[in-house]
Design a protein around this ligand. Structure first.
Ligand SMILES: [Zn+2]
Length: 441
């Protein structure tokens, strides 16, 4: 597509602009002109409101197979995890591929243009490596490619079982951080795929090993992600064993930086918040998962005030609804604090777009500006949810009442991935049904 004309588009202010012409060169926006009354000849017209594509920096794609199947047990994160391990135990590289592809297609339909797949299911059922030690990671890469979304493969170093260990976890283990490096360096990445490091958590990686992963990522200027303080039990064990909170442990090991993303950061102390803010990390909240797992509510406003940026991830795929994740940053804090308006709508939109892109090592994406990647999402504004919202309030309308069902078109690198609310290559509904059936668990 050489140029796109948007009825309304958000180019970074507090309200959308009318008549925005985007000229493209390959996958990049080279010029943005606002106030262009009519679509110029040869340009593709996008109706409704156009936003930068949504980033989903924290995903475990295969967990989509759990949807609707893990709601009937009284318990906590730890009881849910048993069900998740049963699903993980049943996967092989082929079912990982079809399930991930279908999940990424669902994400594309919801407006997601870049995914950070926090990937830890590396090895065969008995824990031995596959013939290709990256068979599972390559399945995820191929899945993203076929679903048309950008991917950062956040390959997770996972070394031991931690709290309530299970024999299933041997599928996750590398023998050391050095063995993890050797495996990850053997990956070859197609276009639209980048690499990031992940330290699964302080439950699964010892301090000196976390330091090795952090130093390797620093050497290659790559993002590093880790699950941080999702659970109180995780804090307690970390304090008992290492004498530090997960955040402090990662700080002492030199892992925190602007390339670091703390996933969840739900149960962080005031001192943790200061460390995360001073280092300028990104905190990826996953509110629909945190609700689903009864994790708690992360202190988003305090983290941002301290200097961290915020992003949002679909994590367990209990729900793939990026606008719900974004508004939940504000709405969940309203419930917890009795105060409205801690986060502005543009801040919530940046959490959904540019901050997430940056946390995944795609700093040139997530905004509608010259030089940015042409990754875009168009939403209808005449649906039952948004009809009657004035054009100058449409950002508030979309962020606080919009839904994946309002998404009509999704563009990645100048190419349509979703058109007229359908994925251009895949029938996501039937792919999801058949992929989940094929796991046979
Ligand atoms: Zn996670």
């Amino acid at each position: 597509v050489p140029s796109l004309w948007c009825e309304l588009a958000w180019v970074g202010g507090t309200r959308p602009e009318a008549g925005v012409l985007l000229e493209l060169d390959g996958e990049v926006i080279v010029r943005v002109t606002v106030g262009v009354k009519d679509p110029p000849e040869g340009s593709e017209r996008l109706r409704g409101l156009v936003l930068p594509g949504f980033a989903n920096p924290h995903s475990h794609a295969f967990q989509r197979g759990l949807r609707g199947r893990a709601q009937d047990v009284r318990g906590s994160f730890w009881t849910w995890r048993k069900q998740m391990y049963a699903l993980a135990g049943a996967l092989d590289p082929y079912t990982m591929f079809v399930l991930s592809r279908a999940t990424f297609a669902e994400m594309a339909l919801a407006g997601i243009t870049v995914v950070g797949e926090f990937h830890y299911l590396h090895h065969s059922a008995d824990g031995s490596p596959y013939e290709d030690p990256n068979a599972m990671g390559n399945a995820v890469i191929r899945a993203a490619h076929e679903a048309g979304v950008r991917l950062t493969l956040l390959d997770a170093c996972y070394l031991h079982g931690g709290i309530e260990p299970s024999p299933m976890q041997r599928r996750f283990f590398d023998s050391s951080a050095e063995a993890w490096i050797e495996r990850v360096e053997a990956l070859s990445l197609p276009p639209n795929v980048r690499l990031g490091a992940a330290i699964h958590s302080t439950r699964a990686v010892q301090p000196e090993q976390a330091a090795i992963v952090g130093a390797w990522a620093a050497r290659h200027s790559l993002p590093v992600h880790a699950h941080v303080s999702e659970q109180r039990a995780e804090n307690e064990v970390c304090l008992e064993v290492y004498g530090a909170t997960p955040t402090a442990m990662l700080h002492y090991e030199g892992v925190l930086s602007e390339r670091f993303t703390a996933v969840h950061a739900t149960h962080v102390s005031e001192a943790d918040i200061e460390l995360l803010g001073e280092a300028g990390v990104c905190c990826c909240l996953c509110p629909t998962t945190e609700r689903d797992l009864a994790d708690g509510i992360g202190p988003g406003a305090a983290l941002r005030a301290a200097g961290a940026s915020l992003a949002v991830g679909s994590d367990s795929q209990a729900f793939i609804e990026p606008l719900e994740e974004a508004r939940a940053i504000e709405l969940d804090e309203r419930l917890a604090s009795g105060v409205r308006g801690k986060h502005t709508t543009p801040q919530l939109l940046r959490a959904l777009t540019s901050s997430g892109y940056a946390s995944l090592g795609w700093g040139e994406g997530g905004a509608i500006r010259s030089g940015a990647l042409a990754d875009l999402v168009a939403l209808r504004s005449d649906t039952v949810r948004l009809a009657g919202v004035p054009a100058d309030k449409l950002l508030d309308g979309v962020v606080f009442a919009g839904a994946a069902a309002d998404v009509t078109d999704v563009i990645v690198g100048g190419e349509f991935v979703v058109r007229d609310s359908r994925h251009v290559r895949l029938d996501a509904e039937s792919e999801l049904a058949s992929a989940i059936a094929s796991v046979g668990w």
